[in-house]
Design a binder for this molecule. Structure first.
Ligand code: DP6
Length: 327
C-alpha cells in the first residue's frame, strides 16, 4: 500500500453541563450526559499518514516527538481505525494547536476529535457523525462533543453504541461568547482522567448524577429559547456541583486559586449591575466567563482590571470537526 494521508481540524469545547465520572471507564461511557459549545478560532490540526514502511506509530506534537502515555492513547485509537478499515499500517501523526499549551483549555477534546477524523479520512473510512463521535469518545470523553457543530449534547447512553454527541443548535444560533480568564499557565496537579475515577468516592456524586437529567433539560431549553437568565443559573449550579464533588472526593482536590474566587465574585457583581454574564470552571483554576456578544467588551475590560489575570482569550460558538485535506 502506498502512503495515504489526511488532515483534519477540530475545536475544543466548553461544557455547560459537565461530564465528571464514568459508568464504564474503559469506554469512557459517562455517568451523566453533558452539554457544550465548540470554541471558534481555537483549533487542533492533525495530519495522519499511514505508511507500510513504519514499524510503530509516531506522534509529533508541535515539533516534539512524544512517547509514553500520549503515544499509547493515540495508538489505541489508531488500532480501532485499523480494525474497522482492515488496514494494518502504522502511522505518523503530526498534531499542533493554535492556542497556547497549559492555559487550561482542554486540548484533549480537540486533539482526539481531529485525530479520529484525520485517521478515518486517511484510511478511507466514511463514518457517520455519530460513529465518529463514538470513536473520538474512546480517546477522550469530551472529544465526542467536538465532532458535531455549535451547541452539542452528549447523550450518556449505556454502551459503546448508544454513547455519542449530537448538535442541538448550530453555531450561529445564539451569540454567546466565552471569555476565558487565564489565571495560571501551569499544569494541573490531577488530570481529568484520574479525577473521573475519584468521583464515585464523593458522597455528592450520586445526587449530582441523579439530578443531571433535570439540569440537562433546563440547559437544553435555555439554549433553544435563548433564555440567558435560566442558562446562567443552571450553568453555575452545574459547575459548582462538579467542584463540590471534586473537593469532597477521596483524594480531595481543589482546582481553584484565590484569583478564581476573585473572578467568580466579579461575575456576580457584574450580574447585579444588569449585565447578563455567568461563569463555569473546568478541572483547573481558569474561569470561563460566558456572556452575550453585545456585552463582551464591557465584560472583558472589567475582568482585565482584576489582579492576577494573565490573559483573556475570547471565543464564539464554533463549527464541527472538518477534514481539510486528503491524498
Ligand atoms: C471537567 O474528556 O478531559 O472538562 O476522557 O479522561 O480525557 P478524559 O476526560 P476529559 O474530561 C473533561 C472534564 C471536564 C468537564 C467536561 O468537559 O465535560
Amino acid at each position: 500500500m502506498k502512503k495515504r494521508s489526511a488532515t483534519a481540524v477540530a475545536s475544543p469545547n466548553i461544557a455547560f453541563i459537565k461530564y465528571w465520572g464514568n459508568h464504564i471507564p474503559e469506554l469512557n461511557i459517562p455517568s451523566n450526559g453533558s452539554i457544550s459549545m465548540n470554541l471558534k478560532g481555537l483549533k487542533t490540526e492533525t495530519t495522519v499518514e499511514f505508511d507500510n514502511q513504519l514499524e510503530d506509530d509516531v506522534l509529533i506534537f508541535g515539533n516534539k516527538p512524544q512517547e509514553g502515555e500520549a503515544l499509547q492513547r493515540v495508538t489505541r485509537l489508531l488500532d480501532r481505525v485499523r480494525e474497522f478499515s482492515g488496514n494494518s499500517c502504522c502511522a505518523v501523526v503530526h498534531s499542533r494547536n493554535n492556542f497556547p499549551a497549559g492555559t487550561g483549555i482542554a486540548s484533549s477534546a480537540s486533539a482526539f476529535a481531529a485525530l479520529s477524523l484525520a485517521a478515518c479520512c486517511a484510511a478511507g473510512l466514511n463514518l457517520s457523525e455519530s460513529e465518529l463521535s463514538r470513536l473520538a469518545r474512546l480517546g477522550s470523553g469530551s472529544a465526542c462533543r467536538s465532532i458535531p457543530e455549535g451547541f452539542v449534547e452528549w447523550q450518556a447512553g449505556t454502551d459503546d453504541l448508544s454513547s455519542y454527541a449530537k448538535s442541538i443548535a448550530p453555531a450561529d444560533y445564539w451569540g454567546l461568547v466565552d471569555c476565558i480568564v487565564i489565571l495560571s499557565k501551569s499544569h494541573k496537579s490531577i488530570g481529568s482522567k484520574e479525577g473521573h475515577s475519584f468521583a464515585e468516592s464523593s458522597p455528592f456524586q450520586a445526587v449530582r448524577i441523579q439530578q443531571a437529567p433535570e439540569r440537562l433539560k433546563i440547559c437544553r431549553k435555555a439554549i433553544i429559547t435563548r433564555d440567558f437568565d435560566q442558562f446562567a443559573s443552571i450553568v453555575e449550579l452545574d459547575s459548582n456541583m462538579m467542584h463540590a464533588v471534586i473537593m469532597t472526593s477521596n483524594p480531595s482536590t481543589i482546582y481553584w486559586h484565590p484569583t478564581t474566587i476573585t473572578v467568580i465574585n466579579e461575575v456576580i457583581n457584574m450580574r447585579r449591575t444588569g449585565i447578563p454574564v455567568c461563569y463555569t470552571i473546568d478541572a483547573g483554576p481558569n474561569v470561563h466567563v460566558i456572556c452575550l456578544k453585545e456585552s463582551k467588551s464591557q465584560v472583558c475590560s472589567n475582568l482585565n482590571d482584576l489582579p492576577g489575570v494573565i490573559d483573556i482569550i475570547s471565543s464564539y460558538p464554533g463549527g464541527p470537526a472538518q477534514c481539510t485535506e486528503r491524498s
